[in-house]
Design a protein around this ligand. Structure first.
Ligand SMILES: Nc1nc2c(c(=O)[nH]1)N[C@H]1C(S)=C(S)[C@@H](COP(=O)(O)OP(=O)(O)OC[C@H]3O[C@@H](n4cnc5c(=O)[nH]c(N)nc54)[C@H](O)[C@@H]3O)O[C@H]1N2
Ligand SMILES: Nc1nc2c(c(=O)[nH]1)N[C@H]1C(S)=C(S)[C@@H](COP(=O)(O)OP(=O)(O)OC[C@H]3O[C@@H](n4cnc5c(=O)[nH]c(N)nc54)[C@H](O)[C@@H]3O)O[C@H]1N2
Ligand code: SF4
Ligand SMILES: [Mo]
Length: 746
């Protein structure tokens, strides 16, 4: 029998149908796209077909572990584990303050409910600082979007006539629904133009009408040139700007753009000026321009400045609020929050959207500052592998007084923990898709568990509930009234919950109270916290929900919506919007778009005044440390056998570079950065520019085999340095690591 679920390998979470089998019925035997999923509509790429390698990894954890003084681990029972974890973290809180305990993670590409339940543990421990992988990729974009528009935007590629991908390869990385279908449609339609900005001729670039193969790390120059040409040719959408941009802000920006030396800017990014001018003309005459920036620019030099210039391009072409352009979706959870009000305790780094920049985490630990992080909870993430400078990250994690890791597998980070708590997989509990940003109809997908948890593991909802209870923050007496209200019916329960949300002591524990008291079928139990989200959505997004059929009073809408979510095994539409509303969703205090950001104009002036890069004789190559390929999926599947292509994760290098170095096909090379030197296998590829080399992401994981632990490929962050980061938001420069490549003799 086919059962609905979702793929967990990238943030699209395409709907899947799986057939269970194997001797115990717990194997994912066959998988296919689920046609009933409201966004993926049956689409699936090549990656999920062997998802059983995730469910049945040989390094799955099946018992809580405690580290012994000699560094090895001993299995302990759950009661001991919870008691000791609560005691150790509680002691740090009592002695040094909850602000010295740091929470990192909460979910990867498919498991987002842990983050919701962890808010209760954070509250019980008085944890103030947290972060996640978003603070090493998206915080620059969020911060700029928040200041300009009060909100992040997304783009409608399905209906655009001009689509631009800036430092993004959606053929492999997706991030938009049914990416390959949409890319092919734009590419094949003579009336539509696909533009790709990428130094490499990626699979997406190969489909493009215009491929702007910038020199690595020079996107700010390209955007400067494009914007300057639009200004010079008077191709700005004046009507849009007059209606929506804050008065008086445009002129200083135009003055800055008029100062761009266009020919020089094109030279700096290595592009023919005529091609850049043709691109500007295409953008200016676009009826509907949709654009997406991603890691190629967000993990690169000038990343925050690029996010600003990119947003200027969207605003000055008036590309918001019409089909095929940019929109602000109705979401169940606020993910793209870019507010910045505080700084981190030790380094004083800017905190965006509540997230401490990932690259400064070691500096917040490796110091004698009284407010250094002393305890840490790491959940559903593998920072010892995924954050910059693994050596320094390991040193920092090792020096913590207490490190607790909640994961399904024995990861590089778990190896360093004092306590490892084994979670059930995403097919052994209810989970939900949170990176759903469709418009005008947005969906929600609460997945049912496919089978009961593996013995010895617990879903995070249960782990957090037990920690909160062990800390004494929540007692049976606190829960009793909610249990009674639940018995009395949904209306009574909702009234109690609404009151709970403003309760100063218990409000922050709402996720756990919901989990402990809501009555749900077993295969949906961990979905309890979604009811809290639904109540909030009913209060804040009434009209959008009403158009999706959930009308009447907020409480009734919430009940109907929650029931529909529980029933919608393949996902359901929860919000229907109108394009005419998009510009009314601009949330800046005066509801105008703010294009004048003085710090960004300063950074722009500094860029324009900078000298060209001097040749680097010690490190003549630019290394992209971690690109998405056909069989990479962060570190979600650790078994190298999962990969059908590029199993070893080769270094890609241009044929002329390979020839100059005397490297032949299949040979290995030495790759050196200022941080480390490794031996890599080499793939000679004319998709690479001379001087540019690339390694895939997600490799270099240890995995148990019959012959002992094996590591396949290179862990990219052995080669990166935490100080190589953006000056504004601290995002890493992983796509721009100076490197040397040499032939290995003998
Ligand atoms: N197959 C697969 N898909 C994934 C993932 C995965 O691991 N595997 N991970 C998911 C995650 S977490 C994310 S955040 C997304 C990321 O999705 P993408 O951002 O698309 O991923 P990358 O391949 O890392 O980087 C994109 C491109 O940046 C280019 N680039 C390098 N240097 C420069 C430069 O100087 N300028 C420009 N313009 N481009 C440059 C690279 O050549 C590469 O093609 O993918 C998601 N999807
Ligand atoms: N050099 C370099 N570094 C990079 C990148 C790059 O391009 N270059 N890309 C970066 C990007 S964009 C991202 S998003 C990060 C991703 O890196 P991380 O934030 O570390 O996330 P994942 O690799 O997705 O790891 C997910 C972890 O969750 C565990 N897991 C899976 N399911 C569950 C579950 O249900 N419960 C629990 N508790 N755990 C579970 C997996 O075993 C795994 O250990 O990597 C970043 N690192
Ligand atoms: S696009 Fe992403 S979510 Fe969809 S099947 Fe491929 S890896 Fe899975
Ligand atoms: Mo990511």
């Amino acid at each position: 029998m086919w059962k609905p679920t979702a793929c967990i390998l990238c943030e699209c979470n395409c709907g899947l149908e799986v057939e269970l089998g194997g001797e115990d019925g717990r194997h994912l035997v066959k998988l296919r796209g689920d046609k009933r999923h409201p966004s993926s509509l049956g689409y699936a790429c090549e990656k999920p077909h062997r998802l059983d390698h995730y469910q049945h990894g040989r390094d799955r954890l099946t018992s809580p572990l405690r580290r012994k003084p000699d560094g090895t681990f001993e299995p302990i029972d759950w009661d001991t584990a919870i008691r000791e974890v609560a005691a150790k973290l509680g002691a740090i809180r009592d002695t040094h303050g909850g602000d010295t305990i740091f929470y990192y993670g909460g979910g990867g590409q498919g498991n987002h409910l842990p983050a919701a339940y962890a808010t209760a543990t954070r509250r019980a421990l008085g944890i103030r600082y947290r972060s996640s992988a978003l603070a090493q990729e998206k915080t620059g974009e969020f911060w700029i979007s928040d200041r300009m528009m009060g909100s992040a935007t997304r783009a409608d590629f399905e209906h655009c006539d001009v689509g631009l991908f800036l430092g993004k390869n959606p053929w492999h990385s997706h991030s938009i629904p049914r990416a390959r279908v949409t890319l092919k449609e734009i590419s094949q339609d003579p009336a539509r133009t696909l533009i790709v900005v990428d130094p490499r001729r990626t699979e997406t670039a190969a489909l493009a009408d215009i491929h702007l193969a910038v020199k690595p790390g020079t996107d700010a120059w390209l955007l400067a040139a494009l914007l300057a040409i639009l200004v010079e040719d008077a191709r700005i959408d004046r009507a849009f700007v007059d209606a929506h941009v804050a008065p008086g802000e445009l002129e200083p920006v135009l003055a800055a753009l008029r100062a761009v030396p266009i020919a020089e800017a094109c030279k700096r990014c290595g592009l023919d000026e005529a091609l850049v001018r043709r691109t500007a003309a295409v953008l200016a005459s676009a009826k509907a321009f949709a654009s997406f920036e991603d890691l190629g620019v967000q993990m690169n030099r000038d990343s925050t400045l690029v996010s600003y210039l990119h947003r200027l391009l969207i605003v000055l072409t008036g590309s918001m609020g019409k089909p095929g352009t940019h929109f602000i979706p109705t979401t169940m959870v606020d993910i793209g929050n870019g507010e910045s009000k505080t700084t981190s305790p030790v380094t004083g780094s800017r905190i965006v959207g509540g997230l401490v920049p990932c690259n400064v985490i070691p500096d917040e630990i490796l110091t004698d500052h009284p407010k250094r992080f002393r305890g840490m909870i790491v959940e559903a993430t593998n920072p010892a592998h995924s954050l910059a400078d693994s050596k320094r990250m390991r040193e920092a994690l090792r020096s913590l007084e207490t490190l607790v890791v909640i994961d399904i597998a024995m990861t590089e980070t778990a190896q360093l923990a004092h306590y490892v708590l084994p979670a059930s997989t995403q097919f052994e509990k209810a989970e939900a898709t949170f990176f759903n940003f469709d418009f005008p109809r947005n969906y929600f997908h609460l997945r049912r568990r496919l089978f009961a948890p593996t013995a010895g593991t617990l879903p995070e909802a249960e782990i957090h509930a037990r920690i909160v209870e062990a800390l004494g923050a929540l007692t049976e007496a606190d829960l009793a009234p909610y249990r009674e209200a639940a018995q009395a019916g949904r209306a009574q329960y909702s009234m109690f919950l609404l009151r709970l949300l403003s309760d100063p002591r218990l409000g922050g524990l709402a996720p756990t109270i919901l989990y402990r008291t809501m009555q749900l079928p077993e295969e949906l139990r961990e979905g309890a916290v979604v009811f809290g989200l639904v109540l909030r959505a009913a209060m804040s997004s009434g009209p959008s929900l009403a158009r999706a059929g959930f009308s009447s009073s907020p409480i009734e809408a919430a009940h109907a919506l929650f029931d529909a979510i529980l029933a919608g095994e393949s996902g359901m539409i929860f919000a229907v919007d109108e394009w005419s509303e998009v510009l009314k969703r601009i949330k800046t205090p005066d509801r105008k778009i703010h294009v004048l950001l003085p710090d960004m104009l300063d950074a722009f002036a500094t860029l324009l005044a900078s000298l060209p890069d001097a040749p680097d004789t010690a490190y003549p190559f630019v290394l992209t440390a971690g690109e998405r390929r056909s069989f990479t999926a962060n570190t979600i599947i650790r078994d190298p056998e999962w990969r059908k292509k590029d199993a070893g994760g080769a270094l890609r290098i241009n044929p002329s570079d390979a020839a100059a170095l005397g490297l032949a096909v299949g040979e290995r090379a030495r790759l050196t950065t200022k941080r480390d030197s490794v031996i890599v296998s080499v793939e000679i590829s004319d998709t690479m520019q001379p001087g540019h080399v690339a390694l895939p992401n997600g490799l270099g994981l240890g995995y148990p085999t019959a012959a002992g632990d094996m590591t396949t490929g290179i862990a990219p962050n052995e080669l990166t340095s935490s100080e190589d980061r953006d000056p504004f938001v601290g995002t890493p420069w992983h796509k721009h690591v100076r490197a040397r490549v040499e032939r290995v003799r003998g």
